[in-house]
Design a protein around this ligand. Structure first.
Ligand SMILES: [Zn+2]
Ligand SMILES: [Zn+2]
Length: 284
């Protein structure tokens, strides 16, 4: 059985996410632990944590099928001290909340060096990761760097850039990656093409290690290859298309990795995307 799900809303109570996930035909999910475009975050109340944990185990969700996505304001590569401080504080708080909920995977965007260069940026991210683990070695958390659309000063558009960060960290054994198909397509990885998908796999293995690929963000793209726009589309309705996903998922490593949709719309739309993947693309 494939491991698939979507980014789920927590506005109706995070404790309801496991059941809402089953209702869209999924067995995996991703959540934010607060409003992702703000700096404010508060510790969840004990009751919601207890209910969430009870529902997760009652409905048999597996650890490897749940993750927290970081807030969007976090930039651990920032050369501006104040914004780095705020980023690091929020990063640490979000991870602590993920741990309270018993969620092991925490996914974040590497960040932007704001003109200081990629070398500077990857150094700073690796040092931030180290600083976090130095005080939190006992936490049951595994960090996932997400590949982003290559544009401007962003870091992490290529597998080698993600690998660089992991190599520079003293806690690299506690860091892996999420591969986002839309962002990868934006950065020139053409998963419609068999050979280019083989290139992607071999780059992941060469620069990162294939076992460190823990999650896939399965998104189609509203724009063509290498556009760098980062606009997600329903599965099959964008430039990757059904045949592109059929090619991508013909590789066992991708098919067997937990897939999370971040396509437009909410539960109904995600439910239709999941049905489409299972019945029309994979025919399973
Ligand atoms: Zn993301
Ligand atoms: Zn995106």
């Amino acid at each position: 059985m494939i491991k698939i799900g979507a980014h789920m809303q927590i506005s109706g109570g995070i404790e309801n996410v496991p059941e809402n996930t089953l209702n869209i035909g999924a067995n995996s999910f991703q959540v934010f632990v607060h409003s992702p475009r703000t700096w404010s975050v508060k510790e969840p109340d004990k009751e919601s944590v207890e209910k969430f944990i009870k529902n997760v185990s009652g409905l048999n969700f597996k650890k490897e099928n749940m993750l927290v996505h970081s807030g969007y304001l976090i930039n651990l590569a920032s050369p501006k001290e104040e914004s780095w401080e705020k980023s690091f504080t929020l990063f640490s708080e979000e991870i602590k909340i993920a741990c309270m909920y018993g969620i092991k995977y925490y996914n974040f965007h590497p960040g932007s060096h704001l003109g200081e260069g990629k070398e500077y940026g990857s150094d700073k991210i690796a040092r931030s990761i180290d600083l976090f683990f130095k005080d939190n070695e006992d936490k049951d958390i595994f960090l996932l760097l997400e590949n982003v659309a290559s544009k401007g000063n962003t870091i992490g558009g290529t597998m080698s850039e993600l690998g660089e960060i992991i190599k520079k960290s003293s806690f690299g054994d506690r860091v892996g990656i999420t591969y986002d198909t839309c962002h990868g397509f934006d950065s020139g990885y053409d998963i419609r093409d068999r050979e280019d998908t083989e290139r992607l796999l071999s780059e992941i293995d060469k620069y990162i290690g294939i076992d460190k690929l823990k999650m896939i963000h399965l998104n189609d793209s509203k724009f063509d290859l290498s556009a760098g726009k980062d606009r997600h589309e329903f599965i099959g309705k964008g430039f990757i298309g059904d045949s592109g996903f059929r090619n991508f998922l013909s590789f066992d490593k991708f098919l067997n990795t937990t897939m999370i949709l971040e396509t437009p719309g909410d539960d109904d739309a995600h439910s239709e995307d999941i049905r489409h993947i299972k019945e029309d693309i994979l025919k399973c």
